[in-house]
Design a binder for this molecule. Structure first.
Ligand SMILES: [Zn+2]
Ligand SMILES: [Zn+2]
Length: 390
């Protein structure tokens, strides 16, 4: 039963759209061509089109009936700044840009759902198709929310999918609660009065202090965070010094922090400042710390995650839907939309991930076999959410 039969009628058109977007990847907030294509297709399908939100964002709207209920379905449109190594015909035409995360597929599936829902209109209420720019580090989702996405296009709930290599085609996965992690960055500058390496007692040594800071930071996860919570504090680099016989006066340490619960994130931020500054003070030096919050954790709302899992089961079959998948330490800016409205993000199986077909890999490609599954899921989700009163 699963796949919606009408969707199979225009699969060729959808894979053409997907290949066209893949061949012409655009970075965050420069999705002009992609936005044009999305707007043109929506208009062709009879969907009302709104442009300009978060610069290149596009929102399509279909209304039917009298119900005030509304659902938001979201896809991302941007690519990654990386060189594609695939050689198939639809490989990237632009050096240094690649759809290495499958946003070409996400955009295409949402267009497919818009086409189906505009033609059939078998619901009572409003569907907003949200095509956001700049997911890959640009926070396009945050900008859309800040620019009034949900005031201009009120939604009772909002949903998104991300393809996932390693999950077989025709399978989906979701969980209530934290789905993806918060992703933050920090810098620590250890400030000392350096000196001659042969006379360390005449100065203070940022390397000895920095080494202690790195070790002490590891106690945040092992000794401060509740053992039942997951978190990571990783050092990405330590930079300092220029000569064999000079103790420098500055050491720069940088890294990333991942966490799921807001309380854990607050705790790590506070402890990072305390540990770095306190360790430096122990040695009569100073540490300047800077903690920059990136995307918040992507936290699925329980009711909407359960509802989405039921719809996924209708499309894929119960045995092919994991309702309690392990969370990922990756990050997602759909998190900002889930802070503003109830909703859920799901994984859509992209196949085994063979031959380097992994997210952010130079040999990745979205799997066209997943298109009918994703289109059917988005479409049924809207129909079920806006089901006419019996
Ligand atoms: Zn990505
Ligand atoms: Zn992505």
């Amino acid at each position: 039963m699963p796949i919606i039969p009408e969707v199979l009628d225009y699969l060729d058109e959808l894979s053409d759209i997907r290949h066209d977007i893949h061949a012409h990847p655009e970075l965050g907030f420069t999705e002009e061509r992609t936005g044009d294509l999305v707007a043109r297709k929506l208009a062709e399908y009879g969907v009302e089109v709104h442009r300009g939100l978060a610069q290149t964002g596009v929102v399509g709207t279909i209304r039917r009936g009298n119900s005030l209920r509304a659902i938001g379905l979201r896809a991302d449109m941007d690519c990654l700044p990386m060189q594609e190594l695939n050689e198939f015909a639809h490989r990237s035409q632009y050096d240094g840009k690649m759809h290495g995360c499958g946003h070409d597929g996400h955009t295409t599936m949402l267009l497919g759902a818009a086409r189906y829902l505009a033609a059939t209109r078998n619901f009572d209420g409003t569907v907003h198709f949200i095509f956001q720019p700049g997911e890959e580090g640009y926070g396009g989702g945050r900008v859309m929310v800040q620019e009034g996405l949900f005031e201009k296009f009120p939604c009772d709930a909002v949903f998104a999918m991300h393809n996932k290599p390693g999950i077989p085609i025709g399978n989906m996965a979701v969980r209530a609660g934290p789905m993806l992690a918060a992703s933050d960055r920090f810098d620590i500058h250890v400030k000392t009065n350096g000196g001659h390496a042969a006379h360390p007692h005449l100065g203070t040594d940022p390397f000895v202090i920095g080494a202690q800071i790195v070790m002490a930071l590891q106690t945040i996860v092992s000794r401060n965070v509740d053992p039942v919570d997951s978190a990571v504090v990783s050092i990405g680099f330590m930079r300092g010094g220029s000569a064999y016989n000079v103790i420098p006066d500055d050491l720069h340490i940088g890294g990333t922090v991942r966490s799921f619960r807001p309380q854990v994130r607050d705790l790590i931020e506070r402890r990072l400042h305390e540990v770095a500054r306190g360790t430096a003070a122990l040695h009569g030096a100073e540490a300047e710390t800077d903690f920059r919050r990136g995307y918040p954790p992507t936290i699925n709302h329980a009711t909407e995650a359960g509802f989405a899992a039921d719809v996924a089961a209708e499309i894929c079959g119960d045995a092919h839907v994991d309702r309690n998948v392990a969370p990922s330490l990756g990050g997602e800016d759909f998190s900002y939309m889930l802070q503003a409205r109830p909703g859920a993000m799901l994984w859509l199986g992209n196949g085994p991930g063979e031959g380097g077909c992994l997210l952010h890999n130079a040999r990745y490609d979205f799997n066209d076999s997943a298109l009918p599954v994703g289109v059917s899921f988005f479409a049924r989700l809207a129909e079920r959410f806006l089901a006419a009163e019996q």
